[in-house]
Ligand binder design. Structure first.
Ligand SMILES: Cc1ncc(COP(=O)(O)O)c(C=O)c1O
Length: 412
């Protein structure tokens, strides 16, 4: 933990630089020195083409370029424009029609959506729960707001979702706190690429059903990568289960336009609530608007208008979906190449379905990554292994990487 000189620490673990961006900077420095062909930069969670350039959907760029000044210069309402909030529902649910009361509050990206959920559905000094393979900002968002966290073991020995560990942690936390926020990132989980199966979801529902009904559980599903997982309807088949949760469970979704619309830098997303009760949905909007107002105030209007225009024009929407599908297919081919090469050289990965990342369990992740960096291969060391961003390297690199990782692991 870095000690502060003048700033107030408040128990937060504040590193000198963000780990992922730090490694990415080292990769960039090496590229500048040695040339692009000497470096593999599989660090960032952004989809790059085979030459290492950011993929930006041209259909989305076209809408952006044609925005009228008032469509980006004006303040948007705190919760987002009414048209955006309707478009978010369509984008999130597609063919599924929720039976509950749905409310939407705009946020700057999925990060903002998660922040508003943590701000309002976890008590100060309580712990939120997520898997032991997790996206690091879950932890810093919790710490930032004076909340702790606990992890459950994501996978069991059979390489399946560890429902026993999930139940143990849910129950233990509910013995000492009355309110619990649980975050599940699925499908195309970061950092493993796992997607909860129908059976996993059934298990989650049953676990919640075995908790005391006077407790308050909020389930936040982080769907940041959903539209890069595979067929968009198929990967939404879990939605009905969310509405079958027991009465003391409220479901929220953290929706993001960053990956799906390649609008990473525009900072747009939303927290979505599906409540059984209108009063709970109304309260969700009230508390999230309050939190937004006291942090970022209103969100950028331009991406809200972009999404609205896409959903207002079926032809445009089809173009965006088709363009995205092409890139998704490319990502899936990279994943298949990595998986096949890993099987060939005997490199064990964490259970994977699809997504931007594959993870490799490893006891010395820092040492292995340092060794690979010497060879010009930049990956992310995590607490329990190594994260490889297949989203940012070409298929031939995905084919070559497993053997190099295995060799580095074996050499230590
Ligand atoms: C697991 C996960 N959740 C949420 C996000 C939110 O991203 P953004 O705030 O850019 O929409 C990301 C982005 O990397 C992520 O990896």
């Amino acid at each position: 933990m870095t000690e502060m000189l003048f700033a107030s620490q408040q128990g937060r673990n504040i590193p000198k630089e963000d780990k992922i961006f730090g490694i990415n900077n080292r990769a960039k420095a090496m590229i500048a020195k040695e040339g692009k062909d000497k470096v593999v930069n599989a660090t960032l969670g952004a989809l790059l083409d085979d030459k290492g350039d950011l993929i930006v959907l041209s259909s989305v760029t076209e809408v952006f370029r044609n925005l009228a000044p008032a469509e980006f210069a004006e303040y948007a309402p705190i919760a987002g424009t009414p048209a955006f909030r309707e478009a978010v529902k369509k984008d999130c649910f597609r063919n599924y029609e929720p039976k509950g009361f749905v409310e939407v509050v705009a946020a700057p990206g999925g990060t903002g959506a998660i922040k508003n959920a943590v701000a309002n559905y976890a008590d100060r000094d309580s712990k939120i729960l997520f898997a032991d393979w997790f996206w690091a900002p879950y932890r810093s968002i919790a710490e930032e707001m004076g909340k702790g966290f606990e992890t459950f073991t994501f996978f069991n020995e059979e390489r399946k979702f560890n429902i026993a560990s999930f139940e143990e942690k849910v129950k233990a936390l509910l013995q000492v706190q009355d309110r619990l926020l649980v975050i599940l990132n699925t499908p195309a989980h970061n950092p493993t690429g796992y997607a909860l199966t129908e059976e996993d979801w059934k298990g989650v529902k049953e676990v919640f059903g075995r908790t005391p009904s006077d407790k308050k559980i909020t389930l936040l599903v982080d769907t940041a990568y959903i539209d890069f997982a595979g067929d968009e309807d198929e990967y939404r088949s879990y939605l009905p289960v969310l509405e079958e949760m027991p009465g003391h469970v409220l479901t929220l979704i953290a929706h993001s336009l960053s990956k799906a619309y390649t609008l990473y830098g525009m900072r747009c997303g939303a927290t979505i609530c599906i409540a059984k009760d209108k009063a709970v949905a109304d309260e969700f909007k009230q508390v999230c608007e309050f939190s937004s107002r006291s942090t970022w105030s209103n969100c950028a209007k331009a991406p809200q208008v972009i999404l609205t225009k896409i959903y207002d024009d079926p032809q445009l929407r089809d173009r965006v979906f088709e363009e995205r599908k092409q890139h998704r297919d490319m990502l899936i081919s990279r994943a298949k190449a990595f998986e096949a090469a890993a099987a060939e050289c005997g490199l064990v990965t964490v259970p994977f379905d699809t997504g931007f990342f594959v993870s490799v369990p490893c006891e010395q992740p820092d040492a292995v990554c340092a060794k690979l960096e010497e060879e010009g291969i930049f990956l992310i060391p995590l607490a329990k292994g190594i994260r490889v961003s297949i989203a940012s390297v070409a298929e031939n690199i995905c084919r070559m990487l497993p053997a190099r990782i295995k060799a580095a692991m074996d050499s230590l």
